[in-house]
Ligand binder design. Structure first.
Ligand code: DGL
Length: 268
């Protein structure tokens, strides 16, 4: 392993970018591979076994072709549901999890919501994860299915149709209010959701939005400090997409990312 080896970051599509942005800010000299696995979108509607199969194969693909020194599974859905079942490799794999203690700390009402994908909110693993956080029993935690909002991001509608986006998010927030109108803090527990912050802010200016991207970037930094940190030269970003290259290009260009996008084939 060499310090010039890349850090591979992947998700089912646009989602990883909210993580990549923070990691690159903190570690600008590193080389990155960003794999947008649009072929397998949405992770949030896959069965447990399918998800395990997809993630295991994607990790092995990345290890084989790019020899990354670190892999970031920039997606809450598989991190919560199946990361503990993935084989152990020499290369460390860092996942993304709901920043529950941070949400509890900032909440004034003690009512928080975890916005995650459909199958994640239904999964026993999310319940176990919440339990493991040892949150005071007075705190009320609502698990909320945010898959329709994730879809707004992946299709690019959040950029191309503001009116429709605002309406859909407003409807979803009204559903959340109906469940618990004291919620003052939400965790953005799909990496797609931070792209909707402007809508959340417009609709609920007082709602606290807790994004795990900074926590993940600190974890990446700590991991590299233990071995292969690269502090010299200009880092690179190589972008790969498993399907719908043009759509990904349109979205990321609007987000200010101009690196070339290459389509690749995942045969699983
Ligand atoms: N962005 C992913 C997450 O953090 C999931 C999106 C999907 O359903 O593929 O959970």
């Amino acid at each position: 392993m060499n310090k010039k080896n890349p850090i591979a970051i992947f998700d089912s599509g646009v989602g990883s970018l909210s993580i990549i942005k923070e990691v690159r800010k903190l570690l600008p000299n590193e080389n990155y591979i960003y794999l947008a696995d649009k072929k397998h979108f949405p992770y949030g509607e896959k069965t447990h076994n399918d998800l395990l199969n997809i993630i295991q194969n994607t990790i092995e693909y990345l290890l084989k072709y790019f020899k990354p020194k670190l892999i970031v599974l920039a997606s809450n859905t598989p991190s919560i549901q199946i990361l503990h079942k993935i084989k152990k490799y020499e290369t460390e794999i860092i996942g993304v999890f709901p920043p529950i203690p941070e949400a509890v700390n900032i909440s004034k009402t003690g009512h928080i919501a975890i916005l995650a994908t459909q199958n994640t909110v239904k999964s026993p693993e999310l319940d176990e994860y919440i339990k493991s956080q040892k949150i005071p029993s007075a705190v009320a935690i609502t698990k909320f299915n945010a898959s329709s909002m994730v879809g707004l991001v992946e299709t690019g509608l959040f950029l191309s149709n503001e009116e429709k986006s605002l309406q859909l998010i407003s409807d979803e927030l009204a559903k959340l209010d109906k469940i618990d109108n004291l919620i003052d803090t939400i965790t953005l527990s799909s990496t797609h959701l931070p792209f909707l912050n402007k809508y959340f802010n417009a609709l609920r200016p007082n709602l606290n939005l807790i994004d795990p991207a900074k926590i993940v970037s600190e974890k990446v930094k700590k991991s590299l400090e233990r071995n292969f940190q690269d502090s010299e030269g200009k880092g690179t970003l190589q972008i790969l997409v498993s399907q719908e290259k043009e759509l990904l290009e349109t979205i990321i260009r609007k987000l200010g990312i101009y690196e070339e996008v290459n389509e690749m084939c995942l045969d699983f």
